[in-house]
Design a protein around this ligand. Structure first.
Ligand code: CAA
Length: 465
């Protein structure tokens, strides 16, 4: 049985910090954010928003657009790394909010959990729900998988320039109009790591930035190697002598903690893929230097990062490689469109990969490209750490979904925050009733029961008309 994404909706908060204003306030060169990381705006949540209301807003949008009633939904999963409770799952809050619109008890039949594995958990949730559909358990109902996060780092930390927030809801079924997943090729890589983690009670993560960048690349490459083996074994592709797996993907979507991570990851994967093909000799000629090797090629990530001579040479090699016509062609045709939305919005953790997918659909369609039957590869990464590589094919009815996509219009008018307003929100100085915007036709947080109450921690939401 087939399974895939039938439709996709995006909810992005309407407040943002401008990257250049931010850089100036932190004494950084704005070009580091704009050119170095590929960030122009970071979406910021208001004081009456949390990841559960972002998720509920994305769900309501997709249900209303497709005229679905709760009876049509069999499962509602929320994947997040911005958990609100150590026990109560985020999808229960979302169901509570949706029932304010659809009626109390209207989702009672619906199953689901909150999923956690940093930014990769949404991909595991999609895979598990696809298998629920493939197993014939769905009884013609849809699964809703929502990825929702607020990417928040300590003030003044190196991660602070890679913040953002938002949610994406994906409707899954056995006759998807948008993308059908390729069966039996989904591949994973997993290892106990401390590149980025958020201990209990801490609102922001502990991050080892450069370590996390390199670990992301290694983990995604490992999952791609496994994916390639499965794609050949299942007959999904046949690899000719001078071909690599990436030649068989029309588009590649990467996890995007910041937009340029997509470029970085593509360069790393393409180097790995092409190194053993006959075309590599021509590439090395164009690059004009040999590919550097670390002093200890079997060393740890720490030893590689500490090998400054190798790191400098490798940086130079990557820069030259990224300027070759062969790489540029792959970048422009397979990845560039997926990076546009991330520049406008910032990091969405679990939702970043799917914002990239959504961005690719909208901006490739606008170029007049026929996307029917195109294969999309997905490279998902979650710190801690695990990567997942999978793929799917665009379906003939895709145009029905993609023709109306317009991210700017969907977000609506946005308010640029002053640095003072941003820092007040960041440090949780404003109460929900002191929100900077008047929400309309969306779910908002009203209050959280305080420490002195018997029901401490209970969260109350309402639908702002
Ligand atoms: N003009 C133009 N470019 C500039 C510049 C300038 N003035 N100054 C610096 N740059 C470039 C640098 O050359 C670099 O480009 P390359 O990557 O091509 O080398 C880029 O800007 C970034 O500069 P640095 O590497 O020096 O930046 P940094 O070390 O201060 O911070 C970061 C970067 C490590 C990503 C940091 O923002 C961070 O810790 N972020 C949080 C962790 C993270 O996002 N990790 C990603 C992988 S893990 C993951 O993906 C999970 C997740 O979602 C968090």
């Amino acid at each position: 049985m087939a399974a895939g994404i039938d439709d996709i909706s995006v909810y992005i908060p309407k407040l943002y910090v401008d990257a250049s204003d931010f850089a100036e306030a932190r004494g950084l060169d704005p070009q580091k954010l704009v050119r170095g990381l590929g960030i122009s705006k970071m979406a910021i949540v208001d004081s009456n928003q949390d990841p559960a209301c972002l998720a509920a807003n994305a769900c309501l949008q997709i249900m209303q657009k497709n005229k679905l009633s709760p009876e049509d939904i069999g499962r509602l999963y929320v994947a997040t790394e911005s958990s609100l409770d150590e026990s109560k799952a985020m999808n229960s809050y979302v169901i509570g909010m949706l029932e304010q619109v659809y009626g109390s008890g209207s989702f009672q039949h619906c199953g689901g959990i909150e999923c956690k594995f940093a930014c990769v958990s949404g991909s595991y949730a999609l895979y598990d729900n696809s298998n629920w559909i493939r197993a014939g358990e769905s009884e013609d109902k849809h699964a809703l998988v929502v990825v929702s996060d607020i990417a928040k780092y300590d003030l003044g930390s190196s991660g602070e320039m890679t913040q953002g927030g938002g949610a994406i809801a994906m409707l899954l079924n056995d006759k998807p109009r948008l993308l059908e997943f390729d069966p039996k090729v989904t591949s994973t890589s997993i290892k106990n790591e401390y590149d980025f983690y958020r201990p209990f009670g801490k609102e922001t993560p502990v991050v080892h930035g450069q370590y996390s960048n390199l670990l992301y690349l290694i983990q995604v490459k490992n999952a791609l190697v496994d994916y390639t083996k499965k794609a050949i074994k299942t007959g999904l592709i046949t690899l000719a002598d001078d071909e690599s797996m990436l030649d068989h993907m029309d588009y590649i979507n990467m996890h995007l903690p910041y937009s340029n991570m997509g470029k970085k990851a593509l360069a790393y994967l393409v180097r790995h893929e092409w190194r053993s093909t006959p075309r590599w000799a021509k590439i090395i000629e164009q690059v004009g230097m040999n590919e550097p090797v670390p002093k200890d090629p079997r060393g740890t990530i720490e030893s590689i990062l500490a090998d400054s001579e190798f790191m400098t040479k490798d940086h130079e090699f990557t820069k030259r490689f990224a300027n070759t016509n062969d790489y540029q062609e792959v970048y422009e045709n397979k990845v560039a469109s997926s990076l546009i939305a991330s520049k406008m919005i910032g990091n969405l953790y679990t939702a970043s990969l799917y914002l990239g997918f959504r961005s690719c659909l909208e901006f490739e369609f606008q170029k007049g490209i026929d996307l029917d039957s195109k294969r999309f590869g997905f490279a998902s990464y979650g710190s801690g750490s695990s990567a997942m590589v999978f793929s799917g094919v665009i379906q003939p009815e895709y145009e029905e979904i993609v023709k109306d996509m317009n991210l700017e219009a969907e977000i609506g008018e946005r308010k640029k925050l002053s640095l003072e307003e941003y820092e007040q929100l960041h440090e949780n100085k404003l109460k929900p009733e002191q929100s900077l915007l008047n929400a309309k036709k969306e779910f908002v947080l009203e209050y959280v029961e305080g420490l002195s109450s018997e029901s401490r921690g209970e969260r109350r939401y309402s639908f702002a008309d």
